[in-house]
Design a protein. Structure first.
Length: 278
């Protein structure tokens, strides 16, 4: 579809152009359609959300603590030095700082090649979602990590399990949900999205199997290693998995190529418009 706007000359031309551009942007917003995700439909999103709510409700009612304690105790009893260091290294697949920088770096490189700020939108949106949603839940649920009994604030083992311990300092109650798992799912999804687009600009494609592996293997590794290292409870990681998948689907539903941007920061718009018209 090609968008047409009237042009004027004379004293009111600049104002008329601004109004026309605003109307054009509003029209484009109305024409934006969400991108499909797999599994298709909203039923899977509802299932993920229901699972997260059910899990949080169960923990708030002091259920599942025995399972969490059993997994944490087993990990403590089966953590030789070699396995500890291997898990620690593998856990870097979910470190938010390096992943954020990688995603932003790919976005900047692609933005330069396309002469558009559009590739920066996914990493910015991912950063906002992680900090607002995950950060908000951590503050609200106020749950200590398993390690809180072995180091400051040196809680009794049974006191490390419950939610809503707002009487403790914030730095000791940010275990639920696992930010490591959420980071891994969201950032690897954004990295794959940007890398595939960047390769397209060089006339190449990202192998589908590599894309799937990059989105599946790191979350599974981080899911296991955060529990094994005693950084999170099993239910923390399950909650992170449910929330991460839900937020990832939100990000991948956004039609980034169709989000209206001012022409001065989106020089690639003319090419996309021409491609759609053809």
């Amino acid at each position: 579809m090609v968008w047409h706007t009237a042009t004027r000359t004379g004293p009111g031309a600049e104002r008329a152009g601004s109004v026309a551009e605003m109307r054009q942007a509003m029209t484009r917003w109305r024409a934006v359609r969400l991108r499909p995700v797999r599994p298709a439909g909203w039923w899977f999103d509802g299932l993920l959300l229901a699972g997260l709510v059910a899990l949080t409700t169960a923990l708030a009612a002091d259920h599942l603590f025995g399972l969490d304690r059993a997994v944490a105790d087993w990990s403590d009893a089966h953590r030789p030095a070699a396995a500890y260091w291997a898990a620690l290294i593998l856990n870097y697949l979910g470190q938010g700082g390096p992943l954020t920088l990688t995603a932003v770096g790919l976005g900047v490189l692609l933005a330069v090649r396309l002469r558009s700020a559009r590739p920066l939108l996914p990493p910015v949106a991912g950063f906002i979602l992680i900090n607002l949603v995950v950060g908000g839940l951590k503050v609200t649920t106020a749950r200590p990590a398993p390690s809180a009994s072995g180091k400051e604030p040196f809680l009794a083992p049974e006191q490390t399990l419950p939610l809503f311990q707002h009487e403790l300092a914030l730095q000791f109650t940010r275990s639920y949900p696992s930010g490591h798992v959420v980071n891994t799912i969201i950032w690897w999804g954004v990295i794959v999205l940007l890398l595939a687009r960047l390769l397209e600009t060089y006339g190449r494609t990202l192998p589908p199997r590599l894309a799937v592996a990059a989105r599946v293997v790191p979350p599974l590794v981080v899911f296991a290693t955060t529990m094994y290292l005693g950084w999170h409870w099993l239910t923390d990681s399950i909650a992170g998995l449910l929330l991460g998948l839900l937020l990832d689907r939100v990000l991948h539903r956004v039609p980034w190529d169709d989000v209206p941007l001012p022409r001065r920061i989106d020089q690639d718009r003319r090419r996309r418009t021409s491609e759609r018209a053809n």
